[in-house]
Each structure stands twice: as structure tokens, then as C-alpha cells.
Ligand binder design. Structure first.
Ligand SMILES: *Cc1c(COP(=O)(O)O)cnc(C)c1O
Length: 427
């Protein structure tokens, strides 16, 4: 089945030599002797991200309160400035994006704002494979409106437990649905949904549609504005490498700008008027209106340095390399260990695959422990999934090759058998 006829180490080395993004590898801190394949959960620290955080610390040290307006990167405009820099990654206009909150908070903000049940159009549509936090947020938004989530939250079923078929989603876009929230890429299988098609179908049916782009931002190009997506949310600590708990982002289509945020605070204000301190909010006419309180400056600062790398490298190039690497990894696994009980949970077609591959094996927990002991950092997901993410900016083809060699040894020698079959608290 494989279309890879060169399984040699030398071939991996050659791929690295031809790779134009290879030069970014040294910009990232990677512990000696490790191969990091968990950048889809927490991206590695780059030297530039570290520096822009240190710059903010220096401004605080030097300017105290005046850091809000002075210094290298004034804090008062930081969320807006960073929003404009993130915009190209999701295909939005600068004013449509703001860096704020966390993914879950931003879901609350935007669903609270754009979910407007009316008549029999009261339902929210999501899917059964999405991240739990998204579902908890939708359930609580329904409860706030006095609706029973069991009745008003519709979740599209998966036919195989791995993917969600676009047709099945479209079929549920009835005139009872007021709002749709879907992931761009499913966090377990890595399936990339057809965002453009789903959006256009939602529009035809008069439904507001938003996406959670946590698993696609920084890995895949988007055209949210062009596709007419109403709103979106995402975090920056996965593929965008902004650090643990790094401030998230949101997008609101320009046609909705000027809407009053459902969850308002003084940072929702028009920035010129904020310090008038009136009790009548005049919201910003940009996505900035969806901020609530004081920006978490220290948790935003690394994003500056990180985004510089994306600007230089280009998201199209990143996507191209990422697809090629995941393809290479799948081909190697298939060729080297076709009979060791693994199956792919991720889509194998390029246009449906996100940034990681997902291997299913009944011994997944113990295999992950064995990989870690060999210095390879995978990502385990219940109940039997090993996610491996070769990251275009800092994983080499040689590391992909080495990973498959180690995995093969673990399987052939059954090295996983010496570990306990028990998951860590943080997986
Ligand atoms: C990572 C992730 C989250 C995490 O949300 P936080 O508010 O940052 O904790 C939520 N949803 C999806 C789909 C994710 O991938």
C-alpha cells in the first residue's frame, strides 16, 4: 500500500537538506536527546517568544504603570496589535481579530452574543467527537437561556467513531437550529472538516456558524472572512507556540462588528473612550469589543516573537511541509510495521488531514510510556490513541524516521510490557 520506496536513514537526511523550513529548528528549545511530537498539545518555546516575554518584563521594570502606553510594545494596544498579526493565519481582516481570553471563555462570549433563539429556532448544533470543554460551554449557555441541553443541544453522530461526515452535519441543519459550533480539526482523529462547504450550507439555511480552530491555527491556512464564517475561537499554545496558558484569540466577521458583546467589561470599550469611565458602555467597533477585562499581558507577550516566525516562514509552506511529513510518517509506519496491530485513525487523504497522525493500538498507554523512556514525546488520548505531530517549524525528517525505528523496536521486542497500564493525570 505504501508509495514510499526509500526507507533509508539517508533519504530522511536528504529530505532535511532540501527543506527550506529546516533553518527554523534551531530557533526552538528542544531538550537534548529528545524528539518532541506533542506540539499539537503544547508547542515548544522559541528563542524569539522568550525574548518578547523578557522585553515586557524589562518594560515593567523600567516604566511601571507607564508601560501601558510606553516601552517597546505598549500594553494598552497589545491585544489589537497581536490580533492584526494573527489575522493572516486565519484569513481575516485585522479588525476582525482580537487576542483575548481562553478558548472556552471566548466560546462563552461569542455564543452568548450570537445565539439568539427565536420561535422554533432554538437549537444549537455540535458534534459528538469534539473537545469536552466546547460541549460544557454550549450546555451552560443553553441552561442560561432556560433550555434543557438534552433537548436543545444536537450532536452529529460519527459513523465510525473517528470522523464526522459533512453530509451528516448538513442533514441536521434544519430550521430548528439557531447556531452551529464545530471544530475545524477534530482533536483525536485529526480530521479536517470542509469549513467552506459547511459554512455555505449553514448560510443557505439561515444559521449562524462558528468554528473552534484550536487544532488548525498555525498548521493550516484558513479564509474565514472569504468563506463568510460568522465567528471563530482558538488557542495559541498548541501549533502557535505561545506558551502554557497563552492568551487565546477570537474572530468575528466584519458584518457583525458593532454588535454589543453579551459579556461586557471595560475592555469592551472604544479605546479612546475607555478612560472616560462612564457607566454607559460604548463598545469598540472592532473584534476588540469582545474583550472583557484587563489583558493578560505576560501571557500574550511570547506571541509576538512566535508570530514573527510564522510571518517569515509562511503558513502555506508550513502546511505543505506538515502534510508531507505526516504522509512520510504514515508510509514509514506502514512499510516498517504493517503487522504490529496499529491502525490509523486519522484521514489518510491530504485534504481531510490536519497536523497530526493518530495511531490506534490496544496497548497505546504502555507504548506511549515506552516511547517516553526512549526520549520520544507522544500524546496519549483515551482510550487507545497515540497522537504524533511532526511540527513543520521544528521537527526534522530524520526525527520522524528515528521515531518509527524506535516504535518498531518497542513493538517487535514487546518493550511496552514492562509498564503499568495506567494513564497519567495529565495525558
Ligand atoms: C485545546 C482545546 C481547548 C482548550 O480550551 P482552553 O479554554 O484553552 O482550556 C478547547 N477546545 C478545543 C477543540 C481544543 O483543542
Amino acid at each position: 500500500m505504501t508509495n514510499l520506496d526509500n526507507l533509508s536513514r539517508q533519504y530522511a537526511v536528504e529530505l532535511d537538506q532540501e527543506d527550506e523550513l529546516a533553518r527554523y529548528k534551531t530557533e526552538f528549545y528542544q531538550a537534548e536527546g529528545t524528539i518532541y511530537l506533542d506540539g499539537n498539545s503544547l508547542g515548544l518555546m522559541s528563542k524569539r517568544a522568550e525574548q518578547t516575554l523578557l522585553d515586557v518584563m524589562a518594560d515593567w521594570r523600567q516604566f511601571g504603570i507607564d508601560g501601558w502606553m510606553k516601552g517597546k510594545r505598549p500594553w494598552y494596544e497589545m491585544a489589537e496589535t497581536l490580533g492584526a498579526k494573527v489575522a493572516p493565519l486565519i484569513g481575516a481582516l485585522p479588525d476582525e481579530v482580537i487576542v483575548t481570553g481562553s478558548t472556552t471563555i471566548n466560546i462563552h462570549q461569542l455564543v452568548a452574543t450570537f445565539y439568539r433563539p427565536e420561535g422554533k429556532r432554538t437549537k444549537i448544533l455540535a458534534d459528538t467527537l469534539t473537545f469536552p470543554s466546547d460541549i460544557y460551554a454550549l450546555q451552560s449557555q443553553l441552561r442560561i437561556h432556560g433550555f434543557d441541553p438534552d433537548e436543545h443541544l444536537l450532536q452529529v453522530l460519527s459513523r465510525d467513531g473517528k470522523m464526522i461526515e459533512e453530509e451528516d452535519i448538513i442533514e441536521m441543519m434544519t430550521d430548528e437550529v439557531a447556531l452551529i459550533l464545530l471544530p475545524t480539526v477534530l482533536y483525536r482523529s485529526g480530521q479536517l472538516l470542509d469549513i467552506q462547504r459547511l459554512t455555505s450550507e449553514a448560510k443557505k439555511n439561515g444559521i449562524v456558524i462558528g468554528f473552534d480552530a484550536c487544532h488548525s491555527i498555525g498548521a493550516i491556512p484558513h479564509a474565514f472572512n472569504g468563506w463568510d464564517v460568522d465567528f471563530a475561537v482558538w488557542c495559541h499554545y498548541k501549533y502557535v507556540n505561545s506558551g502554557p496558558g497563552g492568551v487565546a484569540g477570537l474572530y468575528v466577521h466584519e458584518k457583525h462588528l458593532g454588535a454589543t458583546p453579551a459579556l461586557a467589561g471595560w475592555f469592551s470599550s472604544d479605546k479612546e473612550k475607555q478612560f472616560d469611565m462612564k457607566h454607559q458602555l460604548e463598545p469598540a467597533q472592532t473584534a476588540g469589543a469582545f474583550q472583557i477585562g484587563t489583558p493578560h499581558v505576560l501571557s500574550m507577550a511570547p506571541l509576538y516573537g512566535s508570530l514573527e516566525i510564522f510571518e517569515e516562514a509562511g503558513i502555506e509552506q508550513i502546511r505543505e511541509k506538515s502534510l508531507h511529513m505526516t504522509r512520510y510518517m504514515m508510509d514509514l509506519i506502514q512499510a516498517e510495521m504493517g503487522n504490529t496491530g496499529f491502525s490509523f485513525m486519522n484521514p489518510t487523504e491530504d485534504h481531510r488531514r490536519g497536523g497530526h497522525i493518530a495511531l490506534v493500538h490496544e496497548e497505546a498507554i504502555r507504548i506511549c510510556k515506552a516511547l517516553k523512556e526512549e526520549g520520544i514525546i507522544p500524546d496519549y488520548r483515551e482510550p487507545n490513541i497515540i497522537r504524533l505531530a511532526p511540527i513543520a517549524l521544528y521537527t526534522s525528517y530524520l526525527e520522524v524516521w528515528q521515531t518509527v525505528q524506535v516504535l518498531k523496536r518497542i513493538m517487535v521486542e514487546k518493550r511496552y510490557e514492562k509498564y503499568e497500564k495506567k494513564r497519567e493525570v495529565v495525558a
